[in-house]
Write a protein that binds this ligand. Structure first.
Ligand SMILES: C[S@@+](CC[C@H](N)C(=O)[O-])C[C@H]1O[C@@H](n2cnc3c(N)ncnc32)[C@H](O)[C@@H]1O
Length: 266
């Protein structure tokens, strides 16, 4: 699902970069000295951190070796293959642990958050952002609405959990015993040069939507594209258009030493 770095860049990575610029401000990463980007992918968040905190030591982990390789080649930082549920780092060794558009893909989210909390120092930050799949992520929401309407027998795509909504995120942060929790929508514009600029990247098999399109019949792809153009009111497929995307961002602080931490079952 996440194996081709350049295809991911054309599909979602370019939007991650726009979102990451807002997310680093929201997560207040400007003064961090050491930060871990959990599920770093091709390096969108790490690049935004490098910009806002030029002196920070940036560490990134992701299970996709090709994505890690791309991050390494493009962004200042130490990028390694790894799993959020078992972080290979010392306790309290980071000022912040962040996950950009990752939590929905992690089978045991509580285990991952417990690991993020473990590696962050007392007083440090845990922050994450996920797309508002229910309403605000027009690009993907419209696609899945069309699939639901046209495909009577869709093959299931690999998604380990129900998608996180705003309440789920806030509950996770509270259950981790974090304090000073802040929750906000982040909204970005997504400009497309043409309908093809939107639609072509779906065919490269990255992420659940890409996996769905990769296995759909040619006839189904044509029908989906036609219905998408209708729903986006696109009369000229060569004309540029813009979609808006909303994501939910959350941050919290690990309690300082001496304050009791709520134990969390994983
Ligand atoms: C939608 S991509 C987001 C990547 C990047 N953070 C960005 O914003 O572009 C989801 C990422 O989660 C990673 N991922 C999936 N399971 C994971 C796990 N157990 N631990 C860490 N990352 C994981 C995938 O490999 C993929 O790179």
């Amino acid at each position: 699902m996440f194996g081709q770095a350049e295809d991911y860049e054309r599909f979602m990575g370019r939007w991650s970069r726009r979102l990451a610029r807002q997310f680093v401000d929201f997560a207040q990463l400007g003064s961090v000295r050491r930060v871990i980007d959990v599920g770093c992918g091709t390096g969108a968040l790490a690049a935004a951190i490098a910009e806002i905190a030029p002196a920070a030591e940036i560490v990134g982990i992701d299970p996709s070796a090709p994505y890690v390789e791309r991050a390494r080649s493009q962004v200042r930082g130490q990028f390694t293959v790894g799993n959020a549920q078992e972080l290979a780092f010392e306790d309290a060794s980071f000022d912040a642990a962040c996950a950009c558009l990752v939590l929905n893909f992690i089978p045991n989210q509580k285990a991952a958050l417990a690991e993020m909390r473990r590696v962050v120092r007392p007083g440090g930050t845990l922050a994450a952002v996920v797309w508002d799949h229910a309403e605000g992520m027009t690009m993907l929401k419209t696609f899945w609405d069309v699939v639901d309407e046209l495909d009577r027998d869709p093959k299931p795509v690999e998604e380990p959990n129900p998608l996180l909504g705003p309440r789920d995120l806030q509950r996770l942060w509270h259950d981790m015993g974090l304090v000073d929790i802040r929750f906000e929508p982040l909204v970005i514009d997504m400009p497309f040069a043409s309908f093809d600029d939107y639609w072509q990247p779906f065919s490269h098999g990255q992420g659940p939507a890409g996996m769905y399109v990769a296995q759909a019949s040619p006839a189904m792809r044509v029908d989906i594209a036609r219905e998408l153009r209708r729903r986006f009111s696109i009369s000229n497929p060569l004309a540029p258009f813009t979609l808006t995307a909303r994501a939910w961002a959350i941050r919290g602080t690990k309690k300082a030493a001496g304050e009791s931490q709520t134990p969390t079952r994983t």
